[in-house]
Design a protein around this ligand. Sequence first.
Ligand code: GLY
Length: 256
Amino acid sequence: MFTRAIVRRPCRALINGLTGNPQLGKPDFEKALVQHEQYVDALKSCGLAVTELPAEEGFPDSCFVEDPAVLGEGWAVITNPGAPSRKGEAGLILPAIERFYSSSQIFRVTDPGTLEGGDVMRIDHTYYVGLSARTNAEGVAQFARFLEPLGCRVVAVPLEKVLHLKTGVNYLAEGHLLVSGEFEDSPLFAAFERHPVPQGEEYAANSLWVNGAVIVPSGFPKTTALIRSLGFPVKETDTSEFRKIDGGLSCLSLRF
Ligand code: GLY
């Protein structure tokens, strides 16, 4: 169960966020602000106390706070984002993490290692980490050196197509794994009950379990029905403007 979340308000420079999908157009800043407020409300409705950090105009992607940190019980990792324009987000998030973790509990991924939190998926005491364009083998090795002494297992997952691991696979609870594309048949996840996201709704593979409920991006009715059929209450929230710059539900917060 989570008790807290950290988010950062979108900045106007959001319209220049990194994207592999320019055909979706530029985000509408005002609409993104409204969607962000609704997202925060959804987190609060799941029982989380939400710390809202101010917008940072120097970092177009800085509302995606999941990437510069990974938070656990009694430890925090400040990552080293692999995207050059996002590197500075690590130092930017640190003061917020220091409000909740002591310096001895905070680890930092350093060059030549790179790692982004969107590549990290926790299932119980195992952390699956995507080897992506943003996270390299040295970043995963450093992450494992921090966590293995704390009793966690770290498993590297080579990615083929998706930006981040959690773009395509997300753990709900009770053994249920939401999968799309390259993760539907991956032997790494064979032990779980895999639920492929219906064709055309791949974006909704990034749905977010929070304290028993699942937050699902709005506009994906088949995925919503699938998750409901598994017994999870669903809360829908619109992330259309964040999707235009490759942002999903999980990227928009740190839950801990
Ligand atoms: N725009 C989100 C990212 O590329 O990191």
